[in-house]
Design a protein around this ligand. Structure first.
Ligand SMILES: [Zn+2]
Length: 325
């Protein structure tokens, strides 16, 4: 069964009305057509406090005790792993038909062991992109595992890839190819194959060779006893014409430094997740929307992305490992 067939009426509640008030603008920046949306209803997501103390002191909003009475839940079992998920409409949508697909147990945001579920979701959601925000990369519930999904065609990076530009080949074969985005960011790896095991192998290799951060770099990060548990990343996948496509956006920074600028009018309220890495910038702050230049938006994306020499390192490792097989 495809999830498109689910009755969406009665589920599209709360903020779908607010979507009509969203302001949008765009610019062509090299190979990509960047978009910028002002969506005041998403203030909770953009400003989410994701430090350990804040997480511990609040009710999890993905567990049954924390969801609104109007939120309906559909159970889904992944055929790939038998992991169970709760399928719900996102109460703070970016687009119509924006879903949150959360684990049916309270367990931390960690994609290891669940990438197969992501691909399985692209099978049952053929008209959607499925995405994952790492715990330090835009997830507003880093303590409860979740994917999200919304209809295909919204992300500027999808359009860029469909035009076959803005990326370069890293490895290419009949079975599976990996490209690196080399236009508006570095360190975005595009994996394409019709074979699940090939997708899993390349995805796993990129994850295994990413750096897990252990040092404190950003103003919101208080000293923690344990290091982060996976490389910083955003991931988006979809399926079309029998082939899977995944983009792994390897990340350096959790948020740009200008997010913390305390000078009046200088603070930029943008907290990049998969959607932003895919070229669609979101803010819930009018001053940010009206006064942030495209140049600054572009530099924010570069700042939070993997830096050039780290991307070069992964490219070399991929080539050395897979081109010799
Ligand atoms: Zn939970």
């Amino acid at each position: 069964m495809y999830f498109d067939e689910l009755a969406l009426e009665k589920r599209a509640f709360i903020n779908y009305g607010a979507l009509e008030g969203v302001c949008k603008k765009g610019v062509t920046l090299g190979e990509i057509e960047l978009e910028f949306h002002f969506n005041p209803a998403r203030v909770r997501s953009v400003m989410a406090k994701v430090d350990e103390a804040s997480i511990k002191s609040r009710q999890c909003f993905l567990c049954p005790e924390g969801i609104g009475a109007e939120q309906l839940t559909t159970d889904w079992i992944s055929p790939a792993t038998k992991n169970g998920y709760w399928f719900r409409v996102n109460p703070f949508p970016i687009f119509h038909k924006h879903f949150t697909i959360s684990a049916n147990v309270h367990t931390k945001q960690q994609i290891a062991g669940r990438y197969g579920d992501m691909l399985a979701l692209t099978d049952v959601l053929p008209n959607y992109v499925v995405f994952y925000n790492g715990p330090k990369c835009g997830a507003s519930a880093p303590d409860h595992f979740h994917f999200q999904a919304f209809p295909k065609g919204h992300l500027p990076v999808e359009k860029m890839i469909s035009r076959k530009c803005g990326y370069k080949r890293v490895i290419e074969s009949d079975k599976c190819s990996v490209y690196e985005i080399d236009s508006y960011i570095r360190g975005g790896y595009v994996i394409v194959s019709q074979y699940i095991e090939e997708m899993e192998e390349k995805f796993g290799f990129i994850c295994d060779n990413g750096t897990i951060h252990t040092t404190i770099k950003e103003p919101d990060e208080k000293p923690v006893e344990s290091p982060e548990w996976e490389p910083r990343m955003n991931v988006v996948s979809w399926k079309s014409e029998g082939k899977y496509t995944t983009i792994v956006f390897c990340r350096e920074m959790s948020r740009p430094l200008c997010f913390w600028d305390e000078r009046e009018g200088f603070r930029v309220f943008i907290s990049p997740g998969t959607v932003e890495m895919g070229g669609l910038m979101l803010t819930s702050d009018l001053n940010t929307f009206e006064n942030t230049t495209w140049k600054l938006l572009s530099s924010i994306l570069e700042e939070v992305s993997l830096q050039g020499k780290e991307a070069d390192k992964i490219n070399i490792l991929l080539k050395n490992h897979f081109c010799k097989i």
